[in-house]
Write a protein that binds this ligand. Structure first.
Ligand code: DX5
Ligand code: ZN
Length: 219
C-alpha cells in the first residue's frame, strides 16, 4: 500500500500570516492543501471562499483539495475550478442529483470527491463509487475545527474500503476531523489513504515536523 497522504486544513491557520502558512505547507511533507468552505446554511459556521482560495492557489505548489460544506454546490463548481480547485468535494447530503454533480465536476477537469457526514450510511455511494476519485469520511460533524474524533469512523472506513474492493473502484479514502497522532496509525490501518489535520498541525509548536510525524504514523 502507498504511503498515506497528508492534507493540512488551513481552517486552523493564522489568516494574518496566510502566505507564511502556505509556504510552510509547501516546504513540508504534506501532499495536498485542504480548503474548507462553509456557507452558514449546510453547516452552522462560515469560513472563507473564492477570493481567498484564488490567492492560496497562486502560492500553493501542491494540489488544492476543496471541501465544500455548502448547499447547492452545483451553482459554484465552475467558480471553484476557476479559483484553483484540483479536487472538488461535495457533501452527499447537499446533493439531490449527486451523480449529475459528480459528472459536472469531472467535466470541468477536476477530480471529484463525495463527503459523508457521520450519520450518513456508506451505501449511498454504492452506485457511484466507480465514478469518484475521493470518498471523504467525516470523523466529526462538519462545521468546526478542533472537535473530538468519532470512533465509529474506523468501521465506516472499513465499509468504504470493502465497497471499493468489491467493485474494483479506485477512489481514495480521506478522513477529516479530529485527526491526531493518537489515531493516525489506526486510521491508516483501517484503510485511510488521506488524512486531513487542522488544529493538530497548526496549533503545534512545530507544524512542519507535525506533518512529518503524521506522514510517518504507520511506519
Ligand atoms: C471540519 C472541516 C475540517 C477541519 C478539521 O468541518 O471539514 O477539515 O478543518 O479540523 P481538525 O483537524 O481541527 O478537526
Ligand atoms: Zn474539511
Amino acid at each position: 500500500k502507498q504511503q498515506v497522504l497528508i492534507a493540512p486544513s488551513l481552517l486552523a491557520a493564522n489568516f494574518l500570516e496566510l502566505g507564511k502558512e502556505v509556504e510552510m505547507v509547501n516546504r513540508s511533507e504534506a501532499d495536498w492543501f485542504h480548503l474548507d468552505v462553509m456557507d452558514g446554511r449546510f453547516v452552522p459556521n462560515i469560513s472563507y471562499g473564492l477570493p481567498v482560495i484564488a490567492q492560496i492557489k497562486k502560492a500553493a505548489r501542491k494540489p488544492c483539495d476543496v471541501h465544500l460544506m455548502i448547499e447547492e454546490p452545483e451553482k459554484y463548481a465552475d467558480a471553484f475550478q476557476k479559483a484553483g480547485a484540483d479536487i472538488l468535494t461535495v457533501h452527499a447530503e447537499a446533493c439531490i442529483h449527486l451523480h449529475r454533480n459528480i459528472q459536472q465536476i469531472k467535466g470541468l477537469g477536476m477530480k471529484a470527491g463525495v463527503a459523508l457526514n457521520p450519520h450518513t450510511p456508506v451505501n449511498v455511494l454504492e452506485n457511484i463509487i466507480g465514478d469518484i476519485d475521493v470518498v471523504l469520511v467525516m470523523s466529526v460533524n462538519p462545521g468546526f475545527g478542533g472537535q473530538a474524533f468519532i470512533p465509529q469512523t474506523y468501521h465506516k472506513i472499513a465499509q468504504v474500503r470493502d465497497m471499493i474492493q468489491q467493485q474494483g473502484a479506485h477512489a481514495l479514502i480521506e478522513v477529516d476531523g479530529g485527526v491526531t497522532l493518537d489515531n493516525a496509525a489506526a486510521l491508516i490501518k483501517a484503510g485511510a489513504d488521506v488524512l486531513v489535520a487542522g488544529s493538530f498541525v497548526f496549533s503545534a509548536a512545530n507544524p512542519e515536523n507535525t506533518i512529518h510525524l503524521l506522514k510517518e504514523a504507520n511506519r
